[in-house]
Design a protein around this ligand. Sequence first.
Ligand SMILES: [Zn+2]
Length: 454
Amino acid sequence: MPRRLIVLCLAMLWPIAHSEPQGDLPSASGTVAFVRVNVVPMDRERILGNTTVLVRNGRIEAIGRSVSVPTGARIIDGLGKAYLSPGLTDLHVHSDTRGDLTNYLANGVTRIVNMGDARPGFVARVRPRANRGEIPGPQVDAAFIVDGSPRYAHLFVETPEQARAAVGIAKTNGYRFIKVYNDLSAEAFAALVREARGQGLPVVGHGVTSVGLERQIEAGQSLIAHAEEFLYTVFDETGPDALPSDAKIKRTAAWLRQQGTYVTADLSTYATIAAQWGRPDVLASYLDAPEAHMLTPEQRVAWENSGYAKRTGPGIEDNRRFLADFIKTLNDSGVPLVMGTDAPSIPGLVPGFAVHDNLRALHDAGLTRYQSLSTATTQPGAFFRQHVPDIEPFGTVEVGSRADLVLSAGNPLEDLSRLREPQGVMVSGRWYPAEELRAMSRALMDEYAGSVPR
Ligand SMILES: [Zn+2]
């Protein structure tokens, strides 16, 4: 068997064969009190200095300076210096391994949405165990991709009847979203949206060529999976190389705001593609980066074989610059923006680490730090509350919210990179201190190093 196939076969066993963590998981049932912390609630731009946050049964029960800490509660003391902010969400990933869940956790990411093509074993087995807290990791949801042709190698449907059946299959198998893809027919798209609404599965995804983003949004699509979808649909009438006028951009932004459509602000995704376009040396540097050793062996092979570094052609840098301006315009127009990275599908984007890269890219594009951080906290929380039935509130540090939290050494609203190395992360009330996160990451790296054929 060729080496690559062996690696692929090993990786397919990964969700099952991956070893259990050593020892017991941190308890979720106990009461935890963060004392002398500076809270970054993310409901608006403010800090609550020197505060106590009491967590019980996975929820935030009290916040304040005079909250009394019950006897027996585990105390995490911020000494007046540490900052407690909401855990981060990445609403567009393609991770489907146990190892990636470790990477998210270590980076303070407490919720992910797999935006399609996850292995069934991950959705059926790993996802519910992570969501119950039986394995360390973020909360996990998955979107079920439905396309209209085999062109992109996704599951596809040809008739409205098949589209309805696809929604039923997704629902039965625990998927939370329907992701529409480029080649759906208008009839199948309409049937898909109607059925998904009936089944309580929000419709998210790409621009569908036969329908067009405007009509997709009017029909009820709640989230656009990439900002660049607009380049391929709404803004493409002037030709592939021409960029839209300022007036058209502003009109589009105002309309999106009025529709309440969420847009994935995936700036670093496109920027990372642009950086390696025709540049095998850049791809090599991505593979050499320390965090790239946190990738599964299968994913490293996929990066090595990725086509971006071999491609050439003009326009990509113009598009990148355009997208940065477009996202700033959407932000200034009040369109809700959410974090999405596409990790690890694009070489250079390592699960978890990529969220911090995108936060920086958003800030570089002109969003304030608070606005940038909102895309990974407040806005995903609002999106779920609005579109996903029976969701526990998350994305802010508020009484009643899920205890999904990041403790950092400095104020993220002054320096977003302070979130890169958390002092600890809490998911559903389970506390993972930095040393435990580091040990988990080291174990993962050793495991991968041992399984890569040299
Ligand atoms: Zn994607």
